[in-house]
Design a binder for this molecule. Structure first.
Ligand code: PMP
Length: 353
């Protein structure tokens, strides 16, 4: 595979920066986009040199295969600034490797790793003023690849585009999260694409999630597609359950995204002396624990919120509340991860880049 250095990447600068008009004190999540993006085309059988250009519309033919066959994958990661203005990424190679795992499954040509990493570093140098400094804020990074090649024939495209776009974002606060354990609809299936970060995986969740929202829940917890007896993950987060003092999470599989935050939570929990078990978790076990008081916490783990505590869950027309804990595992682990991400604490695992 061809390789590249960040200094080889040409930069075409915008003449209309939006920096001055951006209110960094009141950022929502993923709603404002920075001035520049990295773009890179796959054609003639190879990934061409990436460039940095002004963030703006892209032009595609109506016959581009992305519109018809959904060949599209993405990643989500963040850049943080510490108090001295130094910029950090968190375990970025995990995202590079996962993008290529997704690419392979969707028959998209894999991207040379340094096109991603060197490209991202070059882009962050150009866009460093877009990285918020406010506590809890960060620059959300969205790398994605989609089919630009044309044809009304259901086969992989011969041309693709890789883009990295950036969205300065405020702290992700979901408020109280009540989840619905879903038994009818499935997010993914054995042998399917659930482990890939494919656009269609998300489109397929919108309708059942909307039904759950109409019933007063904010999120769905998916169960396995064959028996619906075991919990799997949430919309864009892996799920953890604390029964008594043990932290449980499902093993990754064909059907579950191998989350970077999930891995980090497990590692930190271990480091904190918290007992963890990676195993299939039965819905009936959670319901029983909720009834007898052994269910202490449930939380989602993902890049956007890091950790999102769950306040209660619904299952078969019954609602269960979770207790509010003073010293929750969720908050203890979240603080450890955020302190590493933002260079406020030692990084014994070498996660900061
Ligand atoms: N599951 C799904 C389906 C997701 O989209 C995400 C977000 N990428 C996660 C889990 C959490 O993964 P990560 O910790 O790498 O953000």
């Amino acid at each position: 595979m061809n390789s590249i250095n960040k200094n080889d990447i040409k930069v075409f600068r915008t003449e209309n920066s939006k920096l001055d008009q951006t209110d960094f004190e009141n950022l929502a999540f993923g709603q404002v986009f920075s001035d520049h993006m990295l773009t890179c085309d796959f054609k003639d059988g190879i990934w061409q040199k990436p460039i940095i250009e002004p963030y703006g519309p892209i032009s595609l033919m109506p016959s581009a295969k992305i519109f018809h066959y959904g060949q599209s994958i993405f990643e989500g990661m963040k850049a943080y600034k510490d108090k001295d203005g130094k910029v950090f990424l968190f375990r970025p190679m995990e995202n590079v490797k996962r993008l290529n795992k997704s690419a392979k499954r969707l028959a998209i040509p894999e991207l040379p790793e340094d096109f991603f990493m060197e490209g991202l570093k070059a882009l962050l140098e150009v866009e460093k003023d877009w990285i918020p400094e406010k506590e809890g804020s960060s620059l959300y990074i969205r790398p994605f690849v989609f089919a630009t090649g044309e044809g009304f024939h259901a086969s992989p495209a011969n041309q693709y585009k890789f883009i990295i776009a950036l969205a300065p974002s405020g702290a992700y606060f979901a408020g109280k999260v009540k989840v619905l354990i879903e038994e009818k609809y499935s997010r993914s299936a054995n042998g399917g694409v659930g482990y890939a970060k494919a656009g269609g995986n998300y489109a397929g969740q919108f309708y059942p999630t909307q039904l759950a929202k109409d019933k007063g829940y904010q999120q769905v917890i998916w169960t396995d597609d064959t028996s619906h007896e075991y919990i799997e993950e949430a919309g864009a987060m892996n799920v953890f359950v604390r029964i008594k003092d043990t932290l449980l999470t499902s093993p990754t599989s064909d059907r579950i995204l191998d989350g970077v935050t999930r891995k980090s939570v497990l590692k930190i929990a271990e480091d904190e002396g918290i007992k963890t078990e990676v195993r299939k978790v039965k819905v009936s076990e959670i319901v029983e624990a909720a009834k007898n008081g052994d269910l202490k916490e449930m939380f989602g783990a993902g890049t956007a919120a890091v950790i999102s505590p769950i306040s209660g869950f619904g299952f078969r027309d019954e609602d269960f509340e979770l207790p509010e804990l003073e010293n929750s595992y969720a908050m203890r682990i979240k603080k450890r991860i955020v302190d590493i991400q933002t260079n406020k604490a030692e990084d014994p695992f070498g996660w900061r880049v």
